[in-house]
Design a binder for this molecule. Structure first.
Ligand code: ASP
Length: 429
């Protein structure tokens, strides 16, 4: 059985067992499932621990072996351009679906107030986190690390990418003998990291079971009923973005059959779904790009870590729907001008959101403030918090699929021959 089939099986079984425990109120089973959750946490830690060696080594090898810095600049321009465009499209889809379905007008005042009251405390703590967010100029300055080791220690990928590219560019111009030595060393680190990922992924089906079963068993199913239309609008928007935006990009820009592409990459969105974290999924995303789609190392090692940090189409789309939902509930008109502000701020907010669970709901506060919903922030966040985890799982899968789509599109535009065949491979010699 293929690994992705096993992961899917773990996911379905986990959901079924969790659902049974939840719906039939099986306290004993719920306790057991919650006790199993650390297996999932162990898995997340195991793949997270390989992020730094993998990103540094693969970016180092990718950039240093390019030997052509103009090419790197070109790849960078295309990547950022593609990321910005698809995110803006995602927000627009979110707005369109919300305008048509109007999820907020379907909630009565009693349900609204009950939901707000239930999650009030949680909402306050999220708002405090948003207050701590740095200003735009600081965010830009923070891309330049003072100490790359510290960036690595804090899992801050953007400054680490910045440093590694500069360092690798320097490696590419030093004496050939020394250059080869550095590249060979990092090639070894890269290959060993890939082997660790292969080992860790053997645990994935069990970890996915543990993670999903605990989430579903512990989930307030009553909430889903009252927030069903809202959740359905988010999911419908995400599905449209996945099938139409990515479908067209993969078919016509990357020139690959979309169905086969989805099947080949499915390991990555499945892990994203279970972990709710683009960052934690990054090692799997990188391995998948190279071994399943045949994307070259220079492209994969640059496009994907950048994507895990700044490209979050699913998050941006979800934020658009959430803003419209909250405004509709409170009977506040969001006109065309405000919707344009949503496109702009949700795109930027999703760039600023870290690739970790629940990051999107914190940066949502920025979007709410930007469209004049400042007074409704606390109650509004409280209102949607109850279903956030489930929606986070789904939007994170879309975020990761977006990164892989971009990698395929950029690789093809650089003339790569994508044939779903692994590139180069890991030499045992
Ligand atoms: N969990 C998402 C991610 O890691 C971010 C978010 O939407 O909260 O991509």
């Amino acid at each position: 059985m293929q690994l992705y089939t096993k992961i899917l099986l773990g996911l379905v079984l986990g959901a079924a067992v969790g659902f049974a425990a939840n719906v039939f109120q099986l306290q004993g089973l719920t306790t057991v499932l919650l006790a199993l959750e650390p297996i999932g946490t162990a898995f997340i830690r195991l793949i997270t621990m390989i992020i730094i060696p993998l990103v540094v080594a693969s970016l180092m090898v990718g950039t240093a072996s390019l030997g052509d810095l103009a090419k790197l600049g070109r790849i960078g321009g295309k990547t950022i351009g593609f990321y910005l465009c698809t995110t803006a499209v995602a927000v627009t889809i979110g707005l369109m679906v919300s305008n048509v379905v109007k999820p907020g007008s379907r909630i009565d005042d009693t349900t609204r107030d009950a939901l707000s009251a239930r999650f009030e405390g949680d909402a306050v703590s999220r708002m405090q986190l948003a207050d701590e967010a740095p200003r735009v100029i600081d965010t830009l300055l923070n891309i330049i690390p003072r100490n790359p080791i510290q960036s690595a220690a804090n899992l801050e990928l953007l400054p680490l990418i910045f440093f590694t590219i500069i360092f690798a560019a320097a490696v590419s111009v030093i004496a050939p003998k020394r250059r080869e030595a550095v590249i060979t060393f990092f090639e070894g680190v890269n290959d060993a990291s890939m082997v660790v990922i292969d080992w860790v992924m053997k645990l994935a089906p069990y970890a996915v079971f543990a993670l999903i079963a605990a989430v579903v068993a512990d989930f307030g199913a009553d909430l889903l009923v009252s927030l069903l239309v809202y959740s359905a609008v988010v999911v419908a928007g995400l599905l449209i973005h996945l099938t139409v935006t990515y479908g067209l990009a993969v078919r016509f820009l990357a020139r690959l059959p979309f169905g086969t592409f989805l099947r080949r990459i499915s390991k990555a969105p499945l892990v994203a779904f279970s972990t709710s974290s683009s960052n934690a999924t990054l090692p799997v995303t990188m391995e998948t790009a190279e071994t399943e789609v045949g994307i070259s190392k220079p492209v994969a090692s640059f496009v994907l870590p950048l994507g895990a940090t700044i490209n979050m189409d699913g998050t941006a789309l979800y934020q658009a729907v959430a803003v419209m939902f909250i405004a509709q509930i409170y009977g506040i008109e969001i006109g065309i001008a405000e919707q344009l502000i949503v496109v702009l701020t949700a795109t930027l907010a999703s760039i600023g959101a870290a690739g970790v669970p629940s990051a999107g709901i914190i940066t949502l506060i920025i979007v709410l403030n930007a469209v004049g919903l400042g007074a409704q922030v606390q109650a509004g966040i409280a209102l949607i918090l109850g279903v956030d985890r489930i929606l986070d799982m789904i939007r994170t899968s879309v975020n990761v699929t977006g990164d892989l789509t971009a990698a395929a599109v950029v690789a093809r535009s650089e003339g790569e021959d994508l044939s779903f065949e692994p590139r180069g491979g890991r030499s045992a010699a």
